[in-house]
Write a protein that binds this ligand. Structure first.
Ligand code: HEC
Ligand code: HEC
Length: 351
């Protein structure tokens, strides 16, 4: 039995290591030869009209290349979707953990309501509401990360009490193992339940159990790690307005979606261009949250390939970045995203 918990610990550590790799600041950095774009006069007010000496080179607008709207991009207005990892993650961003391999990431990606429906099968024996009564089993409100056998009024099995004596808590991994096969995970348990074979169903139940809390257990992941890293690096939270988002949406729908795919989920089947990665969702979070917003501007603005990313005006870059920020879950406010690269170099993707 102990080796099982030992294994769970190893798995957790491995997951943390993988997640930490995903946050590697140098991951995906533009080549060193890329010219910096943060050369706008630092005195330029954020909302300044286009500077006669524009900071980004080249600045020639190449919009004539815009094709007619791609029918696939009609669904563009849909909200960002948390998606499972794309199998090309490793090629695009080596070292970024594929979220589907990680229990926390799988919990992040599932709707707790799915788990609520599945948890009906627990309801004969358990209640889920705060202060709900005991049935055949103890109440399960806020059980994630709670001490094992925490209810002093409930008569647990000797097996469960023995496990509790080691000071253990209901980690996600332990709950997952217990729900998969209670009798194997805690030999001698009184929980007369065969277990749930389907890993996806267990994950949904874990998401539901987690949601039953005033203060749900953190799920980690690039977004939270990125926020921590951005704050540690002294980056200010990104700001942008709804007007910038609207302008960026309009442009991106016509221009960017044809390569980056419906809902910007990425494309693998582009005859002309090869693969374009997803730029909304977990991959974007893994690559850009935690890094200066200016890094993204550098990647886009110094792309010299025709019709890809380069050659737009600074205003347009700001609009497109505002739009990407919004599509990746950040919220517009009153202050516009600055148009100059130096200011963007001091901001991170968090709020
Ligand atoms: C047939 C009744 C029954 C069903 C069905 C059942 N349980 Fe249990 N459950 C119990 C009993 C009894 C215990 C106490 C086990 C022990 O003491 O060994 C328990 C214990 C638990 C615990 C530990 C609680 C604590 O206080 O440490 C968790 C977590 C749990 N069950 C989750 C679930 C979930 C989730 C489901 C549905 C997928 C479920 N159970 C289905 C009877 C049941
Ligand atoms: C002609 C096809 C094409 C167009 C149009 C295009 N992209 Fe890309 N984009 C790519 C490809 C291919 C990559 C993969 C990396 C590379 O080759 O630079 C990429 C990479 C990116 C990345 C980095 C992704 C990452 O996390 O590594 C971002 C962000 C991005 N594009 C945003 C945009 C935006 C915003 C637009 C519209 C202004 C746009 N792209 C238009 C093809 C395109």
């Amino acid at each position: 039995m102990m080796s099982r918990w030992g294994l769970a610990g190893v798995l957790i550590s491995a997951a943390l290591v993988l997640a930490a790799c995903g946050d590697e600041p140098s991951e995906g950095s533009p080549p060193a030869s890329v010219a910096p774009v943060g050369e706008a006069p630092a005195t330029a007010p954020p909302t300044a009209a286009p500077d006669p000496a524009p900071p980004v080179t080249p600045v020639a607008e190449t919009t004539p290349a815009i094709p007619p709207p791609d029918p696939a991009s009609i669904a563009d207005a849909a909200p960002p979707v948390v998606e499972p990892a794309m199998d090309r993650t490793a090629q695009i961003a080596p070292g970024v953990a594929a979220p589907a391999d990680d229990l926390l990431a799988r919990i992040r990606a599932v709707d707790p309501a799915t788990g609520e429906a599945l948890a009906v099968q627990c309801g004969i024996c358990h209640t889920f509401a705060a202060d709900g009564p005991t049935r055949l089993g103890p109440n399960l409100y806020d059980i994630v990360a709670a001490p094992i056998a925490r209810d002093s009024t409930f008569t647990y099995s000797a097996a469960m009490i023995g496990l509790a004596a080691t000071g253990g808590t209901w980690t996600f991994d332990l709950l997952d193992a217990f729900l998969a096969n209670p009798a194997a995970a805690v030999p001698g348990t009184r929980m007369g339940f065969g277990g749930i074979e389907d890993a996806a169903e267990r994950v949904a139940i874990l998401a539901y159990l987690r949601s039953l809390s005033e203060d749900p257990e953190p799920l980690g992941g690039p977004r939270e790690e990125g926020r921590t890293a951005a704050i540690a690096a002294g980056l200010a939270p990104i700001v942008f307005t709804e007007e910038q988002v609207a302008a960026g949406r309009d442009f991106s729908t016509r221009f960017c979606a044809r390569c980056h795919g419906t809902n910007y989920r990425g494309t693998t089947d582009m005859r002309e261009y090869g693969e374009a990665p997803g730029i909304v969702g977990p991959l974007f979070e893994a690559r850009w949250f935690g890094r200066p917003v200016g890094d993204l501007l550098t990647l886009l603005a110094t792309d010299t390939r025709e019709d890809y990313h380069g050659g737009l005006t600074p205003e347009r870059y700001a609009n497109v970045i505002a739009y990407l920020a919004e599509r990746n879950g950040l919220v517009a406010g009153d202050v516009p995203l600055p148009v100059d690269g130096a200011a963007l170099a001091g901001m991170g993707f968090y709020q």
